[in-house]
Design a protein around this ligand. Structure first.
Ligand SMILES: [Zn+2]
Length: 332
């Protein structure tokens, strides 16, 4: 099967560069039936903390991609309940970073509440999924919501619920570790230790290898079912680049990270490393319909909790119903 895309200049350049250096290694995504990565060894052993039954338990479903991203059935045999618990704290940070966009993209998360309701604590602005449409509540006179009715666009100014930037990176790394072959795990011991670490000897702030790069696509969620890919450096390549990259597709987002601290990448220490960026593999025609994509380079290297970070969201709608205007019309 051959898929061809018409890419813009930036992404065709990135595609040419990236696929000259890297081979595709693995892809997994949410499935209709439960699907487990790894093997059900006896006793079970955790890929992350390396502990075995009965020291640790494996009672809970361990989701490879977080549930809030819409993953229901892609699970693993190699994540113990204690690690699962820790990773779910990181995932809460990630979900908070996405903030109100989670409701707008309408991707069901976990539990009864499916698509979560969002509430801005300071302004009282709310957004939730009604039976057929998104419902918003805000106080007249505040400027958190504005409309461009000619172009069917809505602008929201709100804040993200508090989150720790480093947790976003750790969630992506954890997903990447899940995709590794058993025999490659040994090389990524330091990556796994980093996921658990709370203190960082040499300082990590601003470290390029720990930043999350990617794209935001406007319009309805391009990836309503999340999936993830792993890429490996070609054997013939000797450029100073990381060995593996993980790419996560979720809702309106594509996230890319390299897997840092790999043993076979030790020769990169202290060197000027080039960081090949993954292309956005979406045909140009998509953006004619929904507007331009945004690319981002998130500095996810801080372990300090971010509180009240401003979050501006623009989205398009088909039809706008404003109850207060209907009331006004009646009065006339
Ligand atoms: Zn564990």
């Amino acid at each position: 099967m051959k898929i061809s895309f018409e890419l813009d200049e930036l992404n065709s350049g990135r595609a040419e560069n990236f696929f000259t250096l890297y081979d595709f290694e693995n892809i997994v995504g949410d499935t209709t039936e439960k699907y487990y990565l790894g093997t059900k060894t006896i006793p079970r052993c955790c890929r992350f903390c390396n502990k075995k039954e009965p020291i640790v338990t494996f009672k809970k479903d361990a989701h490879v991609i977080p549930q809030f991203m819409g993953n229901k059935k892609l699970l693993s045999y190699f994540e113990c309940d204690a690690c699962n618990e820790l990773f779910s704290q990181y995932e809460s940070s990630f979900a908070n970073y996405i903030g109100a966009s989670r409701t707008i993209s309408q991707i069901p998360g976990q539990g009864k509440h499916k698509v979560p309701k969002f509430r801005d604590k300071k302004t009282g602005f709310t957004i939730e999924l009604g039976e057929k449409s998104l419902k918003m509540g805000f106080v007249e006179g505040h400027d958190e919501v504005s409309f461009d009715e000619k172009n069917n666009k809505l602008f929201i100014k709100t804040v993200r619920p508090s989150y720790v930037p480093l947790h976003i990176a750790k969630v992506i790394l954890k997903i990447g570790i899940c995709l590794l072959k058993e025999e490659d795990l040994e090389d990524y011991k330091s990556t796994i230790s980093f996921i658990f670490a709370d203190k960082y000897g040499n300082g990590i702030e601003g470290n390029e290898l720990l930043k999350v790069k990617g794209y935001f696509l406007p319009g309805p969620p391009k990836y309503p079912k999340p999936f993830v890919q792993l890429y490996t450096k070609k054997k013939t390549v000797d450029e100073l680049i990381p060995s593996k990259h993980v790419v996560v597709y979720y809702g309106n987002y594509v996230f890319q990270m390299c897997l840092p601290f790999c043993k076979t990448d030790n020769h990169l220490n202290g060197q000027q490393i080039s960081f090949p960026l993954f292309p956005l593999l979406v045909d140009n025609s998509y953006f004619d319909t929904y507007g331009p994509y945004q690319k981002f380079n998130l500095d996810t290297t801080s372990n300090e909790k971010k509180v009240n970070e401003p979050h501006s969201i623009t989205f398009s709608y088909k039809k706008l119903i404003k109850p207060e205007l209907l009331e006004d019309n009646k009065a006339d």
